[in-house]
Design a protein around this ligand. Structure first.
Ligand code: ADP
Ligand code: MG
Length: 417
């Protein structure tokens, strides 16, 4: 539907957009993200023909954008700009009616169809109830919905929005994205929205384009784009990516750069986790946030701990689910344990499948081991006592420590160092 080929753009002799290539299919819901000043608004203005590319081509439905007459383009594409300069003295109804301009004759006669379409836009955006109010009497969220209603009155195939939620409270932000989602899914309007909010974009958009310094850094599904690695590189900040419990989509959480974290990072301590079945998640999360290097293994692919380890980009020995651990993998895991400063055994149940991990720990020499025990070990032994034997061997060693509280755990780690 939209094809951008090698787009370059400069303000004066300051190059802003460099070799941008983007394809947007009909009915897509695309989010454009990137740091402040990376060129998102400039890109959107090029796509909406407000700015002209310095070089490169932009097609809309196989026709060059600059071949469209303004009225013709306005029937295809509507724009909700970042700063809206509108005369706030208009009332809501009249402002939305302006969206019909590209369809009206030169006297601006309002037809029955214009009225019907404006009514429809009022209903869709739930602006009906204040249609006779002046725009400057509305709250930020209401005003934003009115601007979107005006865009909808254009009956566009494509809706372009520049940070439509930037000045809104969290409940209005969701409301706007819910509306966009409805327009996309139910009315088949193609949506391209710039947003500074990684999480809203991640929850709602089908595809995300990440811009850095005027170029496309990467694009793809939220899962592909919202990785700790990408965000770290582009935004120069450390984040953890989790999965939203509701949508299963990636959720970005900032890691506070606390004093502890900076200190721990400098110490460069590596902890190897023996976990599985979600028994390592809380510790992994906490220790990662505290700035420790973590490794894991052996974990089954698809396991809750494995998923988090992957999201955090941890070095992990992994095997497919429901297969016993082969020698090779045990060896790999032993190598990781040897490289680590500390082994942390989580409150994990042990069966014949993962018993090998515990045996490795029992056979380690001169390695600090911390047992994080919330439940009595006997309750977690599904091997008729074999696991208990290893456990007792581990406990007897002089560099083994045991705790059931995360705070104590961190103290032990810092003492061991
Ligand atoms: P974003 O929307 O990603 O924050 P913009 O596209 O607004 O970024 O701006 C990209 C760069 O272009 C910034 O460095 C900004 O200062 C510059 N810029 C934006 N508008 C103009 C303009 N009208 N004249 C000159 N430079 C501009
Ligand atoms: Mg902008």
């Amino acid at each position: 539907m939209i094809k951008i080929q090698d787009l370059d753009f400069s303000y004066g002799n300051l190059k802003i957009l460099k070799k941008i290539n983007i394809d947007v299919e009909k009915n897509e819901f695309v989010g454009i993200i990137g740091p402040n000043g990376s060129g998102k608004s400039t890109l959107l203005k090029n796509i909406s023909n407000i700015l002209k590319p310095e070089s490169g081509l932009i097609y809309l439905d196989y026709k060059l954008l600059n071949k469209y007459k303004p009225r013709e383009l306005a029937r295809q594409m509507a724009v909700v700009p970042q700063e809206t300069l509108i005369n706030f003295n208009f009332n809501v109804y009249d402002l939305i009616m302006m969206g019909r301009n590209p369809y009206q004759d030169r006297w601006g006669r309002i037809t029955e169809e214009d009225k019907r379409i404006v009514d429809e836009a009022l209903k869709l955006t739930d602006t009906d109830k204040f249609k006779l109010k002046k725009v400057n009497e509305l709250s930020g969220g209401e005003r934003q919905r009115v601007i979107i209603a005006r865009a909808l009155a254009q009956k566009p195939e494509i809706l372009l929005l520049d940070e439509p939620t930037s000045s809104l409270d969290i409940n209005y932000q969701g409301e706007i994205f819910d509306l966009l989602s409805y327009l996309n899914k139910e009315l088949n309007i193609t949506i391209i929205t710039v947003s500074h909010d990684l999480n809203l974009t991640g929850q709602y958009c089908d595809r995300i384009i990440l811009i850095q310094g005027g170029s496309v850094f990467t694009s793809g599904t939220p899962d592909e784009v919202l990785t700790a690695d990408n965000i770290g590189k582009v935004y120069k900040t450390e984040v953890i990516i989790k999965e939203s419990p509701l949508t299963g989509r990636p959720y970005v959480t900032l890691i506070p750069r606390s004093y502890n974290r900076i200190k721990n990072r400098e110490k460069n301590i590596t902890i190897h986790l023996v976990c599985g079945g979600g028994t390592g998640k809380e510790l992994m999360d906490k220790l990662y946030g505290e700035g420790f290097n973590l490794t894991c293994g052996v974990l089954n692919q698809g396991d809750a701990d494995w998923e988090l380890a992957k999201r955090l980009n941890l070095e992990t020995v992994e095997i497919p689910p429901f297969v016993p651990i082969e020698k090779e993998k045990l060896q790999e895991n032993r190598d990781l344990m040897e490289k680590a400063d500390i082994i942390l055994v989580c409150d994990t149940p042990f069966g014949y499948g993962n018993l090998g991990n515990l045996r490795l720990v029992a056979n380690l020499k001169d390695k600090d081991v911390i047992l994080y025990e919330k439940r009595n070990f006997a309750e977690r032994d599904y091997t008729d006592g074999l696991a208990c034997e290893y456990w007792n061997q581990i406990i007897k060693k002089e560099n083994t420590f045991k705790t059931s509280r995360i705070q104590d755990l961190i103290q032990i780690i810092n003492k061991l160092d």
